[in-house]
Design a protein around this ligand. Structure first.
Ligand SMILES: C[S@@+](CC[C@H](N)C(=O)[O-])C[C@H]1O[C@@H](n2cnc3c(N)ncnc32)[C@H](O)[C@@H]1O
Length: 240
């Protein structure tokens, strides 16, 4: 039996077990990757910058309800919860990831609510959140799963709310890491869905999903580039 099959149980999506068991599901890897220097190295030294740029866009309006769609390694989640006084919901399909997140948020557990859910079919009601936050999730999803997640974001975000996405940029043709074929090969090998995400028009996909819910984007997204456009932080406003 292939190793990954051991991790494909209890509702864990096939692509997650198949391509990322070694990153998110194996207890030893959960311990290993959740070290700040490791996660910073994976983001080519840009972790702090990306986290600060993301936090700057987190909704702090009193009473707003936030959803962080899936767990992340490092200090983003505890920082995010402490950055706002608002309720932050966090869901993930991997129990080990939720346990890790809980360990970092025990002091704010009353307003950091963790739930085990598949991001492709959320259990939240329509129009539940003032802001939905994704930190490097999309590029790890195959195109079909990505489409389901766009649809779920559009469903659960409120009119007048926002969507905050920190991700890789568009195909970085001018970037050294892309132009140098061995690094492009390694990145594409470790992140098999990144090449298709590089080509995706995130604004168009999100707006199309919103339109299916009778909602729409309000104006142009705010986009901040990082590491010579290799990464980006995007904030989208949803029309009231
Ligand atoms: C946010 S992404 C990557 C984040 C980034 N590499 C980091 O750790 O900082 C990783 C998380 O997404 C979760 N995940 C992937 N697909 C999912 C899905 N369909 N539903 C819920 N969680 C999912 C994984 O279990 C993992 O905890």
């Amino acid at each position: 039996m292939a190793i990954y099959k051991r991790f494909q149980n209890g509702g864990v999506p096939e692509y997650l077990a198949h391509h990322y068991w070694w990153a998110y599901l194996w207890p030893r890897s959960i311990w290993f990757f959740d070290h700040q220097p490791i996660i910073n190295a994976i983001l080519f030294g840009q972790y702090e910058k990306l986290m600060q740029k993301t936090l700057a866009h987190v909704e702090r309006k009193p009473g707003a309800k936030l959803l962080q769609l899936t767990c992340v390694y490092g200090k983003l989640t505890p920082s995010l919860v402490r950055h706002t006084d608002n309720e932050v919901h966090l869901c993930d399909v991997a129990i080990g990831q939720l346990e890790l997140a809980r360990g970092k948020t025990t002091d704010v557990a009353d307003r950091c609510l963790l739930t085990r859910m598949n991001a492709e079919s959320l259990g939240y009601a329509n129009d539940s959140f003032d802001q939905v936050i994704l930190f490097f999730l999309f590029h790890e999803l195959p195109p079909e799963a990505r489409q389901h997640v766009y649809d779920e974001i559009a469903r659960v975000v409120k009119r007048g709310g926002s969507v905050l996405i920190t991700e890789y940029g568009d195909t970085p043709r001018g970037h050294l890491l892309y132009r140098f074929w061995p690094t492009r090969f390694i990145i594409g090998h470790l992140e098999p869905f990144l090449p298709s995400f590089w080509q995706e028009d995130v604004t168009e996909k999100l707006n199309a999903a919103l339109l299916r819910q009778g909602k729409t984007l309000a104006g142009e997204p705010k986009i901040e580039h990082c590491f010579a456009n290799f990464y980006r932080v995007m904030r989208f406003e949803v029309g009231a």
